[in-house]
Design a protein around this ligand. Structure first.
Ligand SMILES: O=C(O)CCC(=O)C(=O)O
Ligand SMILES: [Fe+2]
Length: 380
């Protein structure tokens, strides 16, 4: 007997079947654009009620609130400058986002990384197809929408993902077109990450090795995003509203723009006009261990008629080894007192990741699920 199609009662169509046929092309969103679609398939159309919940959809403001642009003066050892940087980073982390320039990473590496992500996504379909997978254990995972079957909406974007640290992939497991630069770039991310963890520790008034001793940034996951031009940009998003899970994210973007942050209930554009700048996001776990002193921030990417847009996200987070299931993160004692009781329960990185994947589709924040009740009188 042929099973009855599972029609989604809210959408009035068999979403799962349409997701599957999109997935089976293995050509991603780029494949749709190459085929010349002028209307986006309905799996990409956002539910209008979600669009409203999102606040302002178009015309994000870019004037009232400026995202801090922090000059790291990488080649200057002047201690006064360093203390300024620490102060600026501390202020910015209270909001959850800033940009870094003069970070010491050569522009040639940055340009090559962006070009190679583009080249990977634009190479001949036959070569690219062999990397298309939903098996997250693979060293190099290329697909469209990693949570395709688990979320009620689909992003106008294709992405590849690799865990780069603490154990980089075998070079032969990476596609030749971006192999060398991925390995080189991730070393730079490790170094810049180490500097950032020192500065952030100091900004918190802690020993400079404090966060690295807690193994906050030993792991690194690299995502190469490709946002094709979209024929109906008002109906979909390139990346839905989310906070990042780990401790810090270093994001490199090209000049196209589209990244926005939610600040005091309004969306603001993140400028894409500083070549080689990194956008740094505070992740949920940094908010948790600082007991809300530093905050993770909602961000999203709107779709555009122009494109493709390329970005590279490096998630700095605990490593995924035994520590993943055993090391506990909780508000650190320096931020906890009788007047400031701990706000969150302790969690492992795995515990938090599982919770995130389970709850994410609500588009509501995940951290409140770990909130302790105010009456908690835990010893600290
Ligand atoms: O592409 C972007 O600008 C944002 C990507 C992002 O937010 C992410 O990978 O978590
Ligand atoms: Fe993100």
């Amino acid at each position: 007997m042929v099973p009855a199609p599972r029609i989604d009662v809210f959408l009035g169509y068999d979403r799962e079947r349409e997701l599957k046929s999109f997935d089976e092309t293995k050509k991603g969103v780029k494949g749709l654009v190459d085929a010349g679609v002028t209307k986006i398939p309905r799996i990409f159309v956002r539910n209008p009620s979600i669009k409203m919940m999102d606040g302002r959809f178009d015309n994000a403001k870019d004037l009232k609130f400026g995202i801090p642009l922090i000059d790291f003066n990488a080649n200057n050892e002047n201690p006064t400058l360093r203390s300024d940087v620490v102060k600026e980073v501390g202020e910015a982390c209270k909001i959850g986002v800033f940009q870094v320039i003069n970070h010491g990473i050569p522009l040639s590496v940055i340009d090559k990384m962006l070009e190679s992500v583009k080249a990977f996504h634009e190479q001949g379909t036959e070569t690219k197809l062999q990397y298309y997978t939903r098996d997250s254990k693979k060293s190099f995972v290329y697909n469209s929408n990693s949570s395709l079957y688990h979320l009620p909406r689909t992003d106008w974007r294709d992405t590849f993902t690799s865990v780069m640290a603490p154990f980089p992939p075998e070079p032969e497991d990476l596609p030749p077109i971006c192999r060398e630069i991925m390995l080189e770039y991730s070393e730079h991310m490790k170094k810049l990450g180490a500097t950032l963890f020192e500065v952030v520790s100091e900004a918190l008034g802690l020993e400079k090795n404090c966060l690295s001793d807690m193994e906050c940034g030993q792991g690194q996951v690299l995502l190469g995003h490709y946002y094709p031009p979209c024929p109906e940009p008002d109906l979909t998003l390139g990346a839905l509203k989310h906070t990042d899970i780990g401790f810090l994210t270093l994001l490199l973007q090209d000049h196209i723009g589209g990244l926005q942050i939610l600040h005091e209930n309004e969306w603001f554009d993140v400028p894409s006009t500083h070549p080689g700048a990194f956008v740094v996001f505070v992740g949920d776990l940094l908010q948790l261990i600082t007991n809300d002193k530093f905050k993770s921030i909602y961000h999203r990417v709107i779709s555009k008629r122009e494109g493709p847009r390329i970005s590279v996200a490096s998630f700095l987070r605990p490593q995924v080894t035994e520590a993943y299931t055993s090391r506990l993160y909780r508000p650190i004692k320096e931020f906890v007192s009788k007047e400031n009781p701990p706000l969150y329960k302790e969690t492992t990185f795995k515990g938090y990741t599982d919770l995130y994947l389970q709850k994410w589709q609500d588009e509501t924040p995940i951290l409140p699920y770990l909130k302790l009740s105010q009456e908690s009188d835990k010893d600290y």
